[in-house]
Design a protein around this ligand. Sequence first.
Ligand code: FMN
Length: 322
Amino acid sequence: MPDDFVENYRAYKQKRVIKQAAREEAKKYSKYANLRIKGSSDEGIEELLIFHTHSIEKGLSHPHFRPNFGKNALTKLKANLEEFNQLGLDKDSFSYQNAISVLRSYKEKHQNMQIETPNFDSLFGNINLASASMMAGAKKFANSLNDGVDFKKVETSRYTQREFADGPLDEELYQEALSMAMKSPSVCNRQPWHVFFTQNKAKIEQLISIQSGFKGYGLPPSLSIVTVDRRAFLGPYERNEPYIDGGIFLMNFDMCLTSVGLASCILNLMLPTNELDKLRNILKIDDAQVMIAMVAVGQPKQQLLVAKSARKDSATIFTEIQ
Ligand SMILES: Cc1cc2nc3c(=O)[nH]c(=O)nc-3n(C[C@H](O)[C@H](O)[C@H](O)COP(=O)(O)O)c2cc1C
């Protein structure tokens, strides 16, 4: 058979798989994304609260303050809070506390400037804002521009490590890194991430064998699976955002692991849907979650060989537009 024919046929078959995978992805996104104004589920309403809270937070930090700004966001936040109450959800939750805190900041900012807020009062007059925390709002921030030295050190000393010291993971250090990684930026501060973590040897063995990009290395002491919840996203144009927020979190988490002295290797999940489903089954992860990547984490070896993974010069990826 001529080579050209075989090549073309292979390309044709791959295009069909791409279309099918895209259709499957679109189906899942349509099923789980938050396409209504109100939350479509308990989780949806929390994401909407965070979304509208953040919109008001941005207004509060605006250099040109507009008195009584954000009529639309305030009205929506009011509707979200009502739905939250109707669903009987936990008022100690982050999303609720964050929302009433931003309302308090909004009111106080206007009070401090001696500006009346009739629209705000008619919407939220019945909520006791005095007891809200100060977690949300705007704050003065001083850049300390010469303090980047530590970050430079982490950035230049991070290498993917595929071997680990014997013994269990220091879970305290791991949790410290995870907690630091929560500082990752995300669209409208939605923080749609989840980390599924296992130290179960049998499960790690199964996961590594399905992933198949870690051949020839010993089993890592732990695996973390980073996912993003599709329910955090609100419409058709956000359909790729889970991958962006997920990627940002993944990278930041990896840097945080390095900074606390743990060794790690990110493991891709570029797998056919049926293989991903096997992973989901083992970990009991539902379809609402986008599977971003796994991270093998363990204690660092004293010495090991790492791939150099040389980088291109930044000039080769830079184009200035006049
Ligand atoms: C999304 C992603 C997936 C990766 N998947 C694998 C993998 O499956 N197996 C592996 O050994 N390394 C994997 N890596 C590690 C890369 O090979 C490594 O980051 C790259 O060569 C740069 O080297 P460095 O991390 O040491 O700077 C992955 C990295 C990323 C960011």
